[in-house]
Structures are given as structure tokens and as C-alpha cells.
Ligand binder design. Structure first.
Ligand SMILES: C[S@@+](CC[C@H](N)C(=O)[O-])C[C@H]1O[C@@H](n2cnc3c(N)ncnc32)[C@H](O)[C@@H]1O
Length: 217
């Protein structure tokens, strides 16, 4: 029995019909993406979706299944919920919470088709390291959640981050399949985020990478 989302029943900040959940209201322990959070396969994740353009574009691409968006800042979640409602988007569910804490609780293993990480961790100062979403433990949990052949799409405008992401996902046993030569490439999924669009408009370089879990893993 899926959890009842606040907005499913027409309360809370989000419009009726859109699924939005608060991390602190979730039951303790493992969180079943299917039976608990009400996702249907194939399941994609959008971690730190910000103002939510990538959620709307995902829904317009008709990938099927569910996109589960997780975002730390309440203001962004509320904004994204309004944008999704205006766009008449379907198949998207939102959790306001800290992905670093949530990822280890998500089950079942192998349930996720693709994880989008659009411009995570834009900070480069040492004192900001504790905030980083892409860390060894988080990447290992993502590897557990990915289905065989499942993918992580990461993009950033910070070249140092691009290098670190390569190392972190490689260490977790995921193979980099895009871009194979290491050059900055076009967005292979056509799902653009707010920051991506700002970079494109400003003519700034964007480093985009896809990491894939092996078929037998
Ligand atoms: C640079 S912004 C990118 C926003 C959006 N993905 C885009 O590309 O426009 C990083 C986003 O990640 C969110 N974030 C940071 N740490 C997070 C965490 N631990 N869990 C969930 N979201 C997080 C921030 O609140 C922010 O919205």
C-alpha cells in the first residue's frame, strides 16, 4: 500500500494531484520505491532538481514509469510543484529531503533505470565538501539501486567536479559510456535543467557524462 502523499489528498503547498512528500514524515527504515512511495517501473531519479525544469522536460519526453525527484530546499520543491501543475505533467513524484540520507533507505535493489544528477555540487571550497551529494558512499548506494544496464547521467559546469565524478563512479564499478573520449557533449537525453539552460544561454561549457552498470551486475 503506497504512502499517502500530502498533495494527493489536496493538502500542503502543492496542487492537488501532484505527489509531494516530506522526508521527516516518512516512516523509519527502508523506503520501498514501489509499494511505499508509489512509483511504477521504470523508475528514474532526479537528484537536486532545483526549480524543476528537468522534471517537466522528463514528463514531456514520454519515458514512461515514474520520475522521483528529491530536493533539499522546500522553496524549490514548492516552486517545482507549481511549474509541474501548470505544465500538466504526469508521472512525477517529489520528496523534499536530503538525498544523502534517503538513498541508503531506498529499496528494492536494482529498481532504478536512470539517475539524473544535473549540476550537483557547484562548490569548490574545502569547507563546502561536507555538503557534497556525489561522495563514495552515495555513489555506492546508487550502484546498488541501479538495474543491470541502468545509468547515471551527470552534468556540471565545474571542470574539477567532472574529473571527480569520473573517479567516483569508476570506483563504484560503473563504466563511463558517454562521452567516451572525455570531451564535453550534447545532452543525450534531451532533458534540460534550469542551470543547463543558463549555461547554454551564456555560452559556458558543460561537461556531461553517462555511467552505466554492467548487464550482469
Ligand atoms: C546547483 S543546483 C542545480 C539545480 C538543478 N538540478 C539545475 O541543474 O538547475 C543543486 C541543487 O541540489 C540541491 N541539493 C543539494 N544538496 C542536496 C541533497 N543532499 N539532497 C537533495 N538535494 C540537494 C540544491 O538545493 C540545489 O537545488
Amino acid at each position: 500500500m503506497p504512502l499517502m502523499f500530502a498533495a494527493d489528498v489536496g493538502t500542503g503547498a502543492a496542487p492537488v494531484g501532484l505527489a509531494v512528500l516530506e522526508e521527516r514524515e516518512l516512516p523509519p527504515g527502508p523506503l520501498d520505491l514501489l509499494d511505499g512511495l508509489g512509483c511504477t517501473r521504470p523508475i528514474d531519479l532526479d537528484v537536486g532538481f532545483g526549480k524543476g525544469r528537468s522534471l517537466v522536460e522528463w514528463s514531456q519526453r514520454g519515458f514512461g514509469g515514474t520520475l522521483l525527484g528529491i530536493e533539499l530546499r522546500r522553496g524549490f520543491v514548492e516552486h517545482a510543484a507549481r511549474v509541474l501543475a501548470r505544465a500538466g505533467a504526469s508521472g512525477v513524484r517529489l520528496v523534499r529531503g536530503d538525498f544523502r540520507a534517503l538513498v541508503s533507505r531506498f529499496v528494492p535493489d536494482g529498481a532504478v533505470r536512470r539517475c539524473f544528477l544535473h549540476f550537483p555540487d557547484p562548490w569548490w571550497k574545502k569547507r563546502h565538501q561536507k555538503r557534497q551529494v556525489v561522495s563514495g558512499p552515495v555513489v555506492a548506494e546508487l550502484g546498488r539501486l541501479l538495474a543491470p544496464g541502468g545509468e547515471v547521467f551527470v552534468q556540471t559546469d565545474v571542470p574539477e567536479r567532472a574529473e571527480e565524478f569520473g573517479g567516483a563512479f569508476g570506483a563504484a564499478g560503473l563504466e563511463q559510456v558517454f562521452p567516451s573520449g572525455g570531451a564535453a557533449g550534447e545532452n543525450p537525453f534531451g532533458v534540460r535543467s534550469n542551470r543547463e539552460l543558463r549555461c547554454i544561454e551564456a555560452g559556458l561549457p558543460v561537461w556531461r557524462m553517462v555511467f552505466r552498470k554492467g548487464p550482469q551486475a
